[in-house]
Design a protein around this ligand. Structure first.
Ligand code: VG1
Ligand code: CO
Length: 579
């Protein structure tokens, strides 16, 4: 093939957010739009590192992925990349990409140096919805801010990109290696099985035999909903073939370019079918719900864990996994190095870490900050309130890993006892609350708010936060039964490993009784602004941990809405989604 240099000019707004660049498909399909971002990334990595590299290119299979894979492959060839690895049909979950970078060895002994992941995660897909792209580094984790800032800077000054226009399209549905020759020598594209490496890694972490006993016991029943995301490419292999679950326990496990028209976000609002099956929500269920249910997002890095008629908050989930990991999961049997959560995630993990005498870290939202801690051997398990949970087995959050972690805990709690009464998901959570106290928790999302209005609201909160007497006057005026705000700030993080500083990571109002209100702007949307409001209240008294969450939190919700003048600024009387 030949290398062409194509003249181009910058596009506005190619700034990677919390997790890569996400835009409407109609934005991505503009001539040169994807090309500019990819070349800006190559330039940020430097030509020296790109030349000879082995790159993974795949994603959640959403609309435009197949075209994007061909474009990126041609650009990689032209930029001197040695080989490109593609999951069959372009499918690799985000955690599987991380696994492939870290674990896979090619037929010729090669190892990957990085990856383009093609996904907009939990955002809907299809010609009128979102596409996304992000770059992951040689440790398997998202590019750090130093790199994403460089990528963005490059997109604002770009004048040309390199592409091998005459390179034929590669058939990504067929396994195998295709060899090409360019001006600098050989270039290969290898299409490999999407699941093999990931399944192997899971089997090295968990005791599949004990999970299999649980899943095949007549006492237990199971349900998994992939919401037509890429998790479907792993679910049958792992849950049915390896672990013996019934085939009909899989819902929506055929990956689709538009996620079947749904919103591939595993929460109580969007995972409707699963929620109904589990006997939650208003819908009528047919028959007895399963004992355990779980769902994934589009790229399968998120998870929602449900028991029979019972919802586990993600903040509780990571705390419970951390508290039980050493006993229940072979990978952790030697002990945990430490645990970490993102700032808006509830303090349930903090309390568990204290009891267990573990190192603990609080990082900004987004997975990129956990990786440094893990690379430095400081953190084994981490999580976010946004249905993200994971460990140092890879450098991304991992939806199926979280399900296997829960199944391991259930298997452990029920070992030798499967003939008696089952210890359920709900039992495990209530026991945890009885030991550690409960963090009542909810998140309100105001999606697609006018960007200017959202900025004003945040600016107002930053200003207000500097005068605690004024804050407390408002708080007491709304609810006299809510405790005082004793601290407020804009969260800033200094990475303990490399010393880098990330500021403006959300506004915190911290109350005397441990309650917290947090406000931040989303960095993953593709249109307008999304305001997130996180509300948390700690209850230590075991006799008070069984309340309904929305009732327990009602006073704080009231305070949050008045304090932020939410309706005044946004014109919204209710959030778009409550999780
Ligand atoms: C959201 C979540 C954050 C998560 C990020 C990526 O970011 O709040 O916790 O890490 O999505 O998840 P934001 O900036 O919109 O609040 V995913 O599953 O999109 O890779
Ligand atoms: Co995701």
């Amino acid at each position: 093939f030949k290398v062409s240099r194509v003249q181009t000019s910058p596009f506005d707004g190619q700034k990677p957010g919390t997790s890569g660049l996400r835009k409407k498909v109609k934005v991505f399909v503009q001539p040169n739009y994807l090309h500019n971002f990819v070349q800006a990334t190559f330039n940020a990595l430097t030509a020296e590192k790109v030349r000879g590299a082995t790159l993974v290119v795949s994603g959640d299979g959403r609309y435009f992925s197949k075209d994007a894979i061909q474009i990126i492959t041609k650009m990689a060839a032209a930029n001197g990349v040695r080989r490109v690895w593609v999951g069959q049909n372009g499918l690799l979950s985000t955690p599987a990409v991380s696994c492939v970078i870290r674990e896979r060895v090619g037929p010729d002994g090669s190892k990957a140096t990085g990856a383009f992941i093609l996904t907009a995660s939990h955002n809907p897909g299809g010609p009128h919805e979102d596409f996304g792209i992000k770059y992951n580094m040689e440790n398997g984790g998202p590019a750090p801010e130093g790199i994403t800032d460089k990528i963005y800077k490059n997109t604002t000054t770009i004048t040309e990109y390199l592409i091998a226009e005459d390179l034929p399209d590669v058939d990504i549905s067929a396994l195998g290696v295709t060899n090409f020759t360019g001006p600098e020598g050989p270039f290969d594209v290898e299409v490999f099985d999407s699941a093999t490496d990931y399944v192997k890694l899971m089997k090295s972490i968990f005791d599949f035999e004990s999970i299999r006993k649980l899943l095949t016991s007549p006492k237990f029943s199971f349900c998994y909903d992939a919401l037509h995301g890429v998790a479907g490419a792993y679910a049958k292999r792992i849950f049915v073939d390896e672990l013996g679950a019934q085939e009909n326990s899989l819902l929506n496990c055929v990956p689709k370019e538009d996620f079947g028209g749904g919103h591939p976000d595993p929460n109580l609002t969007y995972a409707k079918e699963l929620v109904a099956r589990m006997g939650l929500g208003n819908s009528e269920t047919q028959g007895e719900p399963p004992e355990f249910g779980a769902a994934a997002d589009g790229d399968a890095d998120r998870n929602m864990i449900l028991g029979k008629r019972f919802f586990v908050t993600p903040s509780d989930s990571v705390a419970i996994i951390a508290a039980n990991a050493v006993e229940a999961i072979p990978y952790f049997s030697a002990g945990l190095k430490g645990v970490a959560r993102s700032m808006p995630t509830s303090a349930a993990l903090d309390v568990a870490a204290k009891h267990l005498n573990l190192k603990f870290f609080e990082v900004p939202t987004g997975w990129k900050f956990f990786g440094n801690l893990m690379d430095a051997g400081l953190c084994s398990i981490c999580g976010e309130e946004s249905f993200g949970t994971g460990s140092d087995h890879i450098r991304e959050k991992d939806g199926i890993w979280a399900v296997l972690a829960w199944l391991s805990i259930l298997a452990y709690k029920n070992k030798d006892k499967l003939q008696d009464k089952l210890v359920t998901v709900e039992d495990i959570v209530r026991n945890h609350w009885a030991t550690y106290g409960r963090h009542y928790y909810t998140r309100y999302d105001y999606e697609n708010v006018d960007a200017g209005a959202a900025k004003e609201l945040m600016a107002y909160l930053v200003k207000l936060q500097s005068s605690l007497p004024e804050v407390n006057k408002i708080v007491k005026g709304v609810r006299s039964d809510v405790s005082n705000v004793v601290n407020a700030d804009e969260f800033e993080y200094k990475d303990p490993v490399d010393g880098s500083i990330s500021s403006h990571q959300g506004i915190r109002y911290l109350f005397e009784d441990g309650s917290r209100l947090i406000f931040r702007l989303s960095g993953t949307g593709s249109e307008g602004a999304t305001i997130r409001l996180y509300i948390e209240q700690y209850e230590k008294d075991p006799s008070k941990t069984g309340r309904l969450s929305h009732e327990a939190l009602a006073p704080l919700v009231d305070v949050a809405l008045k304090l932020s003048k939410m309706q005044e600024y946004t014109g919204r009387s209710a959030p778009t989604v409550i999780t």
